[in-house]
Design a binder for this molecule. Structure first.
Ligand SMILES: [Zn+2]
Length: 277
């Protein structure tokens, strides 16, 4: 059940790690309401059961990986990723990835870009990949104030090494990646955040990145997590994306919703509901 097909594009969900988030950390302003209303989406310790899932799109003869998870390094507050194993289970090696596309440049989306070589240098984990990043997102995170912030050490490990690798492609806005895939501007979580639209043989889907983190936001699109850089804009973006998905029935592919994160958003009795595929 970790695969689905959108027209001629095959989508494989590759789990980096399950993720348990404390609502008091994640959405402090609404944590009590979340716990009261969505107990069925929490574990026995009242933690939100989420995932860090990356998606492999086989499109136009290329293997395209959307985001790269948390990576192999030990980080405070986060589990270690296991995308390397998920790739292996899918019958692929890092060398098979032709293109890595980033929805944005947060720690849980860029982790496997590099691994530490024995001499301490950073080695790009996908030796044949081109890395596609939105210019706006790149410019935002590469500001000295962000790069030099010790809380953003991951930028130095996982993002900055792309700059002189000869494999970074910066893209401006809603450009197409190939005849099936296109960027959709979905700002708010970060300034240059994008979703990936899939349009193939009359079918459509959207890989939403972090435009939404949790199905409770279907009822409460304004429940913006503390990680959203612009919580007002992210709420507006989220609302638009939910309604677009209801409007045309596009498949909904959400890496932080519970693995594998494939489904559709429908309206039942006036309420937005997620139906897993
Ligand atoms: Zn994320």
């Amino acid at each position: 059940m970790n695969k689905t097909r959108i027209g001629n594009v095959e989508v494989t969900a590759l789990l980096d790690t399950p993720l348990l988030m404390n609502p008091h950390m994640f959405m402090p302003q609404v944590a009590e309401q979340m716990i009261a209303e969505y107990a069925h989406l929490l574990d026995e310790r009242q933690l939100m059961t989420m995932s860090i899932t990356t998606y492999l799109l086989r499109s136009a003869g290329k293997n395209i990986l959307i985001d790269t998870g948390l990576g192999a390094r030990k980080r405070p507050y986060f589990p270690q990723g296991r995308l390397d194993e998920s790739l292996r289970e899918a019958g692929l090696t890092p060398a098979d990835i032709d293109i890595v596309v980033h929805t944005h440049l947060h720690i849980d989306h860029v982790g496997w870009n590099t691994i530490d070589a024995e001499d301490g240098s950073k080695r790009i984990f996908f030796p044949n990949a081109r890395f596609v990043v939105q210019q706006r997102e790149w410019d935002y995170w590469m500001q000295p104030a962000h790069l030099e912030d010790p809380a953003n050490a991951y930028l130095v490990d996982c993002v900055a090494p792309l700059e002189n690798s000869g494999r970074l492609q910066l893209i401006d806005g809603e450009q197409a990646l190939d005849e099936h895939l296109t960027f959709i501007a979905t700002p708010g979580h970060t300034p240059g955040h994008v979703a990936i639209g899939v349009y193939s043989a009359g079918e459509r889907a959207v890989v939403i990145g972090d435009a939404s983190h949790h199905p409770a936001q279907l009822d409460h699109p304004d429940w913006s997590p503390s990680a959203d850089v612009d919580p007002v804009l992210s709420a507006r973006t989220r609302e638009l994306l939910f309604e677009a998905a209801i409007g045309d029935g596009r498949a909904w592919i959400a890496g932080h919703w519970q693995y594998p994160g494939f489904g559709r958003i429908v309206r039942l009795n006036g309420k937005r509901v997620f139906q897993a595929l």
